[in-house]
Ligand binder design. Structure first.
Ligand SMILES: Cc1cc2nc3c(=O)[nH]c(=O)nc-3n(C[C@H](O)[C@H](O)[C@H](O)COP(=O)(O)OP(=O)(O)OC[C@H]3O[C@@H](n4cnc5c(N)ncnc54)[C@H](O)[C@@H]3O)c2cc1C
Length: 584
C-alpha cells in the first residue's frame, strides 16, 4: 500500500482520483461517521476514498443539538459504557480540536412551590451528577455543584423567579457539527492523502468474480475500485444495504428531533440549561449560540421521507410549551428566527423489527453497531456525533480484518484536527491589532478556522469589501463565502449559507434576503450563469420559507399533515426544482 501524497481539497481533483486510482477502502456517506472513518483509515496508512451524495454533513450531521457530551440522560438509562466512552471522546475532542469544540456550562434549575423543592428530585439529580463526574465528567477540570436560586436567575434571567428554588451547574462541551465534520474530512484529505468528493452518489456496487463487493458505481457511471466498501450513510443505511441482496433486514428506526432558534435577547442566557417538559419524562436544552439561543429537541418516531424532515406546528408547540411553562415573558412563535429537524439513525432493538412502538425513541440506545454482509459490505450505524472517532476505530478493526491485515492501534486518539495547530496565535487584542481586524471578528474566525484564520483574513487584503457581513446581523464575513468555495469544496449557495456558515440555521429571513448578493459573490468563482444563479437563490429562499413555515402558521389553523405538505411545497418551489436540475 503506497499512500498518495496529501492533496488539495478540491472536487474535480477528487473525482479524477476516484475514477483513476485503486483504494483500500471506499466510504459511502460524508457525515461525521463517514468523515471519521476516512480519517481513521487514511491516518492509518490505507488508501482511502469517500463519496457523499449531497454536501458533506448535509444529513443529520448538520442538524444535531451540537453537544459534545456524555449525556446525563443516558446515565439515567443505565448506559454506563456509552457515557464513559462519550466523556472520554469529549476530552479527546477538546484536546484535538480546541478551536471547534468548547466547554459549555449547563444549568439544571429545580422548580417547586413556595420556595420548596421535592427532596427526592434533588437527591436524584445529585446522584446522577456524581455518577456523571465519576464516569469521566471530571476530565473537563470541574465538578458539578449545587447553586441557589439567585445564581440560577443570574444565568437565565427570564426564568420565573417564583418557581425556581435551587439547581445544579455541570460541565459539557459543544461544537458546530457541520464544521467539525468538514474539519475531520479536510484532515483526512489534506494531511493523509484521502480522496473525498461531495455531490457524488453511489447507485450500485462493483463485484468480483466471487460476488464479493470490490467497489461502487457513482450516478455518473464512474467506477471506484476498493478492497472494502464502508456504508456510513446514517439514516439512509438501509437504502444502501438494499443494493446488496446478501445484507439482512432493515434495522434502523428513525427518530425526529427539532430545534427552534430565537434571538438571544428574547431568551437571554450565559450558560446552557436543561428544562423539564411538563407531562413528559423528557427535558429540552436551551443553548446559547452567539447572539441567538436555540431550544430543543423533540424525540418522536418518524415515518416520512428521509430527506429534509419537516418541522411541524406540533414540534413548535411542544418546545415553546415546555419553555413557556418556566419563563416570563413568554416566547411566541413569531420570535422564532429559524428551525431545523434531523433524524437520528437509531438502532431498533430487534433487527428486522424496526417498529416496536411500545419503546419510545427517546429510550432507544445511542450505541453504534458495525456489521459485515456476506458479500463484504461493512455497515456502521447508530452512535452519536460525540463518539464518531470511537465508531471509526471500531469500523477500522473490521475493515483491516476484511483486508487480511493485522489489527493496529488507532492513529487518531491524539491526532489534532485541521486548524488545531496554530489556533492559539489568533487570540487576543494584540493579535487582532496586528491583523487589522476587530477582536470580536478574530475570535469568531478562530473558533471556526483555528490556525487557518490568517488565510481567511488574507483574502480581504486584495478586496477590503470582503470584511463586510455576509448576512446583515450575523457575524459571518463575505470573505468566508469565498474561502468556502476556494478551500472547502462549497459547490452551491446552500452549502455556504447552511453548512460552511450557519446563517440559514440562525436567521432564515435575513439569509433569504441576502441570498442574491451571496450568489453574486460566489457565482464568478464557480462559473455560474444568470439562470444558475437564479436557481440557487430560489432554492435557498425555499429553504428559508420551509424553515419558518410551521412557526409562522397560526395555531390550530393547520394540521401537522397540512404543514408537512406546505413545507414540502416550499422546498419544491419552481426555483428549487430548477436548481435541482442544475445540480451535478
Ligand atoms: C435532533 C438530533 C440531535 C442530536 N444531537 C446530538 C448531540 O447533541 N450530540 C451528539 O453527540 N449526537 C447528537 N445527535 C446524533 C448525531 O447527530 C448523529 O449520530 C450523527 O450526526 C450521524 O452522522 P452520520 O454520518 O452517521 O449520518 P449523516 O450525517 O446523516 O450522514 C450520512 C450521509 O450519507 C449520505 N448518503 C446517503 N446515501 C448515499 C449514497 N447512496 N451515496 C453517497 N452518500 C450517501 C447522506 O447524504 C448523508 O450526508 C443528534 C441527532 C439528532 C437527529
Amino acid at each position: 500500500m503506497t499512500r498518495p501524497p496529501a492533496t488539495v481539497f478540491d472536487r474535480s481533483v477528487a473525482l479524477e482520483r476516484l475514477g483513476g486510482e485503486e483504494f483500500d477502502v471506499l466510504i459511502v456517506g460524508g457525515g461525521i461517521t463517514g468523515a471519521g472513518v476516512a480519517l481513521e483509515a487514511s491516518a492509518g496508512g490505507l488508501r482511502t476514498a469517500l463519496v457523499e451524495r449531497s454536501d458533506f454533513a448535509a444529513g443529520t450531521s448538520s442538524k444535531s443539538s451540537k453537544l459534545v457530551h456524555g449525556g446525563l440522560r443516558y446515565l439515567q438509562q443505565r448506559e454506563l459504557r456509552l457515557v464513559h466512552e462519550s466523556l472520554l471522546e469529549r476530552q479527546r475532542l477538546l484536546t484535538n480540536a480546541p478551536h471547534l469544540v468548547q466547554p459549555l456550562t449547563f444549568l439544571i434549575p429545580l422548580f417547586g412551590k413556595g420556595g420548596v423543592v421535592d427532596k427526592t428530585l434533588v437527591r436524584a439529580f445529585s446522584a446522577a451528577l456524581w455518577g456523571y463526574d465519576l464516569a469521566g465528567g471530571w476530565r473537563i477540570g470541574k465538578r458539578h455543584r449545587k447553586i441557589k436560586a439567585a445564581e440560577i436567575q443570574a444565568h437565565l434571567p427570564t426564568l420565573r423567579s417564583e418557581r425556581v428554588v435551587a439547581g445544579f451547574l455541570y460541565y459539557d462541551a459543544s461544537t458546530d457539527d457541520a464544521r467539525l465534520t468538514l474539519s475531520v474530512l479536510r484532515t483526512a484529505v489534506l494531511e493523509h492523502g484521502a480522496a473525498a468528493a461531495n455531490y457524488a452518489a453511489v447507485t450500485g456496487f462493483r463485484r468480483g468474480a466471487d460476488g464479493r463487493i470490490t467497489g461502487a458505481a457513482l450516478a455518473d457511471g464512474t467506477e471506484i475500485r476498493a478492497g472494502v466498501v464502508v456504508n456510513a450513510t446514517g439514516i439512509w443505511a438501509d437504502e444502501l444495504r438494499a443494493l446488496d441482496p446478501t445484507d439482512g433486514a432493515p434495522y434502523l428506526r428513525p427518530a425526529k428531533g427539532t430545534h427552534l432558534v430565537v434571538s438571544r435577547s428574547k431568551l437571554p442566557c450565559d450558560t446552557a440549561a436543561v428544562i423539564p417538559v411538563p407531562g413528559d419524562r423528557r427535558s429540552i436544552f436551551v443553548v446559547p449560540w452567539g447572539d441567538h439561543t436555540y431550544l430543543g429537541t423533540t424525540d418522536t418516531d418518524y415515518e416520512g421521507p428521509l430527506d429534509d424532515p419537516p418541522v411541524t406546528r406540533a414540534d413548535v408547540d411542544y418546545i415553546l410549551g415546555a419553555v413557556n411553562t418556566w419563563v416570563s415573558p413568554q416566547l411566541r412563535a413569531a420570535d422564532v428566527t429559524a428551525t431545523w429537524a434531523g433524524l437520528r439513525p437509531l438502532l431498533a432493538s430487534t433487527p428486522g423489527r424496526p417498529h416496536q412502538l411500545s419503546e419510545r425513541t427517546a429510550d432507544l440506545s445511542r450505541r453504534h453497531r458495525v456489521v459485515v454482509s456476506a458479500d463484504g459490505l461493512v455497515t456502521i450505524t447508530g452512535g452519536k456525533l460525540t463518539t464518531y472517532r470511537k465508531m471509526a476505530e471500531d469500523t477500522l478493526a473490521v475493515v483491516t480484518a476484511s483486508l487480511g491485515e493485522r489489527p493496529r492501534p488507532s492513529p487518531t486518539r491524539r491526532l489534532p484536527l485541521r486548524g488545531a495547530v496554530g489556533a492559539a496565535a489568533f487570540r487576543g487584542r494584540r493579535a487582532a491589532a496586528e491583523l487589522g481586524v476587530e477582536p470580536a471578528v478574530l475570535d469568531h474566525l478562530r473558533r471556526r478556522y483555528g490556525g487557518e484564520t490568517a488565510a481567511v483574513i488574507g483574502l480581504t487584503a486584495g478586496d477590503p469589501g470582503l470584511v463586510a457581513p455576509l448576512v446583515p446581523g450575523l457575524p459571518y464575513l463575505r470573505a468566508e463565502a469565498v474561502y468556502a468555495v476556494r478551500y472547502e469544496m462549497a459547490f452551491t449557495l446552500e452549502d455556504v449559507l447552511a453548512r460552511r456558515t450557519r446563517a440559514l440555521f440562525l436567521e432564515a429571513e435575513a439569509t433569504a434576503g441576502a441570498a442574491r448578493d451571496v450568489a453574486a459573490l460566489m457565482g464568478p468563482h464557480l462559473g455560474w450563469d444568470a439562470d444558475r444563479m437564479a436557481g440557487e437563490v430560489a432554492h435557498v429562499e425555499g429553504l428559508a420559507r420551509a424553515s419558518l413555515a410551521a412557526a409562522r402558521s397560526s395555531p390550530g389553523a393547520a394540521t401537522d399533515d397540512d404543514l408537512a405538505g406546505d413545507v414540502v411545497a416550499a422546498r419544491t418551489s419552481a426555483g428549487e426544482a430548477a436548481a435541482e436540475e442544475m445540480r451535478p
